[in-house]
Design a protein around this ligand. Structure first.
Ligand code: KIV
Ligand code: ZN
Length: 542
């Protein structure tokens, strides 16, 4: 049996642009439980009070999966992680310490013996709180094999029940990774006392291939994320590793406990809540994954599905038909469709989506899955973003030879006061942004602006994702409407409200800052010259 350790809520949430609020994280955790993953890594509790709360809350909600919290090998990290997972039915503390020469020398500035000591002490401390302890030698794939062997053995001796071998910078290849796992199995004397896990990043597009190679070499846990989210190019994608193991059982000769029919709904849920969309041609869950364009292929599939399809779309939970709802559809039909899309909403949230559904039904004849997903993500946003201001009305003028103007009225949510401002700009959106900044009293610079049609058709809703910088911090906003100027204004206001709310909160510790024993910033693979200059050995798998 291969254990599936899902790190969407930790490494996945480190994807640029993927930050999730508390209720979004809880919803994803519930869905991961329905998917039947073995372990949910719920976050990095020391990184911020919000992260801590999210891990603690998920630990209280989830009953059937192990809930893990990440910690560096420092006392404060481990104590915080232990506190966050302590109410879980099955808690796990995951401690990590970088071991490669390049991390030792440049990030941690510590010698091998010190790294060994930190790792052992970290595991022992974690063990004093929790029986289930996972240890990761960060950047393992670039660590000298004799040192890696020594650290892994010492970590098991200290009490680690899972040893996770990360390819932190996505540098490995399948043969290289196979050799590392084989080497550890042959040389770590107590290796049978722990489960070997792997955690692969996708910088070279090899994360899934490396994870599967490790399974062939004897690894029994794969760390992965929904839709392959994660630092930089992401982690191994859960849907790909799971379906590879299932489809090629003849090769891997093992199975996972995943309820594969939940894969597609989970992918859609994560895409909707993170706002990171899945590319059309993504394996397993992309829109084109089961689409056949060529006439020959269509003919073949009609004659016998297996001529061109190695998996049945039903097995990954792709709905048999694209159901279209309209304004006359009832609450029941809405709930049914949302469930098929992976959203098991509680009554208050369903009511809120239903309200929005009726409003949209008046503007638009047909309501598609993508519209529903956009509504659900908005409902989760609304629940958490403390809103200082809301849009009362917006009027713009634009056209050839006309100075673009906007008049914006914002309502102060606390006092109920409505404030009006008017401005000109490069275009009507720019003018509306100026009005909102002046009313809210926040100086912000727009960094990214992205507009996409949620569905096809001329009455499609536009969804705007944008990033602005205010008070030296980055804030993201999302808005949608059949009117793209309104969608832009809503997205900008969403980001401004986040900036206002964040002004009262302590900053989040970035797990990317290599403090005493932190997760590395993306660092390139060392080349021979760089290593020679630093007096290091080029990593090999000899
Ligand atoms: O990529 C990595 O090395 C990690 C560790 C914390 C497991 O995310
Ligand atoms: Zn990682």
């Amino acid at each position: 049996m291969i254990r599936i350790f899902d790190t969407t809520l930790r490494d996945g949430e480190q994807s640029p642009g993927a930050s999730l609020n508390m209720s979004q994280k809880e919803e994803i955790a519930r869905q991961l439980e329905r998917l039947n993953v073995d372990v949910i890594e719920a976050g990095f509790p020391i990184s911020s009070p919000d992260d801590f709360e999210a891990v603690r809350s998920i630990a209280g909600i989830i009953k059937n999966c192990t809930v893990a919290g990440l910690a560096r090998c420092t006392e404060k990290d481990i104590v915080r992680a232990a506190e966050a997972v302590k109410d879980a039915v099955k808690p796990r503390i995951h401690v990590f310490c970088a071991t490669s020469a390049i991390h030792r020398q440049y990030k941690l500035k510590r010698a091998e013996e010190e790294i060994l000591k930190l790792s052992v002490e970290g595991v022992k401390l974690a063990k004093s709180f929790c029986d289930d302890v996972e240890f990761s030698p960060e950047d393992a794939s670039r660590t000298e094999l004799p040192f890696l062997t020594e650290v892994v053995q010492a970590a098991i001796e200290a009490g680690a029940t899972t040893v996770n071998i990360p390819d932190t910078v996505g540098y490995s290849t399948p043969v290289h990774f196979t050799n590392i796992i084989r080497h550890l199995r042959e040389h770590v004397k107590n290796i049978d006392r722990a489960v070997i896990s792997v955690h692969c990043h996708n910088d070279l597009g090899l994360a899934v291939a490396n994870s599967l190679a490790a399974v062939e070499a004897g690894a029994r846990q794969i760390e992965c994320t929904i839709n392959g989210l994660g630092e930089r190019a992401g982690n191994a994608s859960l849907e790909e590793v799971v379906m590879a193991i299932k489809t090629r059982v003849d090769v891997y000769r093992c199975r996972t406990r995943i309820n594969t029919k939940r894969i597609y709904p989970t992918s859609r849920l994560v895409a909707a809540l993170t706002g990171i969309f899945v590319q059309r041609n993504k394996a397993i869950v992309g829109d084109n994954a089961f689409a056949h364009e060529a006439g020959i292929h269509q003919h073949g599939v009609l004659a016998h599905r297996a001529t061109y399809e190695i998996m049945d779309p039903v097995d990954v939970g792709i709905p048999a038909s694209k159901l279209v709802l309209g304004k006359h559809s009832g609450r029941h039909a809405l709930r049914d469709r949302l469930q098929q899309l992976g959203h098991d909403l509680d009554d208050p949230r369903l009511d809120r989506v239903f309200e929005q559904f009726k409003v949209l039904g008046d503007r638009k004849k047909e309501i598609f899955d993508e519209d529903l997903e956009a509504m659900v993500s908005q409902v989760f946003e609304e629940a958490q973003t403390a809103r200082a201001w809301e849009l009362a009305s917006l009027q713009t003028t634009a056209g050839t030879g006309v100075v673009p103007t906007a008049t914006v009225r914002l309502r102060n949510v606390q006092s109920g006061d409505v404030v009006t401002d008017a401005a000109t700009g490069d275009g009507p959106i720019d003018a509306a942004f100026t009005c909102m900044m002046r009313i809210a009293g926040v100086e912000a610079t727009l960094r990214e602006y992205d507009l996409r049609a949620v569905t096809g058709g001329r009455d499609a809703q536009g969804e705007v994702h944008l990033e602005l910088v205010a008070n030296g911090h980055l804030y993201r906003g999302r808005g949608r409407s059949t009117d793209i100027i309104e969608a832009s204004a809503l997205a900008f206001l969403n980001a401004l409200n986040r900036a206002i709310a964040a002004a009262d909160k302590p900053p989040r510790i970035s797990p990317l800052n290599g403090a005493s024993c932190g997760i590395s910033s993306p660092s390139p693979a060392p080349d021979a010259a760089e290593c020679a200059q630093a007096g290091l050995r080029v990593p090999t798998c000899d």
